[in-house]
Design a protein around this ligand. Structure first.
Ligand code: NAD
Length: 307
């Protein structure tokens, strides 16, 4: 399959590298010139449980240099950059292109719909991890899965074709009509761990130092998933709380991406996570005390960085 990935940081590079290794025609598109330069010079250095290698069978360029119209355009920027990134590759959105987002948060379909008909959007969620450890150099250790569906819920052949392509690359993909539940459960997980760590400076395991830390995380999960339930989405709140408790027990020293962003003085994905949930709750006349307080605090910490 001819695939372009816009936003070729940790996740975009990892997916692109694996898709290229499994025989797809892959182009990575990014605005980070140092990262692009390193991949052009030496290939993408990808370290996974299968080994540490340089992948050279892929193309890499800036948005304005990209000319090949793909069959599948994957957007893997942080959510706050989606609009700018898609504006930069509008010229690649030919009549047959489909666009896939596995980004975290809510609101991705709405943003992508500003550029392309909703019939051509695939939406999903992934549990694969990835870290950009240097220019042109990505680590992804452990296992994950991808679940996706057409944004309008219609099971067109493209959905299984993309799913098969990702699975052939080892990414363990299923097409799954219950993706919205998985998306909301991941949003709840991220709203709990990311926003609390971002404002407290705690690593994930440090949330377990006090009963209040654990309870705060549980309260966020309950609040977020109560909104999903009111929307008629069949989420599993107990499973999500168990996953959050498991992460607190096991993820020693882990700084979630929102804390990493705060420490690096970057904007976070808070608006697509706590922000989007609080907005959805307001539309339903629901008030989410803890999630909204954390949203206000992360906005304050971000504002301090940019003051
Ligand atoms: P990242 O910051 O490593 O990569 C994002 C890339 O987008 C960067 O290389 C950046 O230069 C690029 N970019 C920014 N603006 C752009 C533009 N206008 N045009 C082209 N490229 C642009 O982020 P990531 O960790 O790969 O995360 C991407 C998405 O996947 C996020 O929504 C994240 O929440 C989600 N996610 C991440 C992980 C993970 O383990 N890293 C796991 C699951 C989901």
């Amino acid at each position: 399959m001819k695939i372009s990935i816009v936003g070729a940081g940790a996740m975009g590079s990892m997916f692109g590298g694996l898709l290229a290794e499994s025989g797809n025609d892959v182009t990575l598109i990014d605005v980070n010139d140092a990262h692009i330069g390193a991949i052009r010079a030496d290939g993408l250095r990808l370290a996974t449980d299968s080994g540490d290698r340089h992948i050279k069978a892929l193309k890499v360029c800036r948005p304005e240099e990209a000319t090949d119209v793909p069959e599948l355009l994957v957007v893997f920027t942080k959510t706050l950059h989606t609009r700018a990134a898609l504006s930069g590759v509008k010229h690649l959105m030919g009549p047959d292109v489909h666009l896939l987002s596995l980004q975290n948060g809510l609101g991705n379909v709405e943003t992508i719909s500003e550029f392309i008909d909703a019939k051509r959007i695939l939406i999903g969620v992934t549990t694969w991890p990835a870290d950009l450890v240097g220019r042109g150099h990505v680590h992804s250790h452990g296992k994950g899965v991808v679940r996706l569906m057409a944004a309008d819920g219609i099971a067109r052949p493209i959905v299984s074709s993309v799913s098969d392509t990702l699975s052939s690359a080892g990414l363990q993909c299923t097409s799954d009509a219950t993706v919205w539940a998985a998306i909301w459960e991941k949003v709840a997980f991220n709203a709990a761990l990311n926003s609390i760590c971002a404002v407290s400076g705690c690593t994930v395991d440090q949330l377990g130092l006090t009963p209040e830390g654990r309870r705060l995380a549980e309260d966020v999960v309950s609040e977020v998933l109560s909104v999903a339930q009111r929307l008629g989405i069949n989420v599993d709140s107990d499973k999500c709380k168990t996953n959050v408790a498991g992460a607190i027990a096991q993820h020693k020293g882990h700084k979630p991406s929102m804390l990493q962003d705060i420490l690096a003085g970057r904007r976070t994905e808070i608006e697509a996570i706590n922000g989007a949930v609080v907005a959805a709750a307001a539309r339903l006349d629901m008030k989410l005390t803890t999630t909204e307080t954390l949203l206000s605090l992360v906005r304050l910490v971000e504002a301090r960085s940019f003051a």
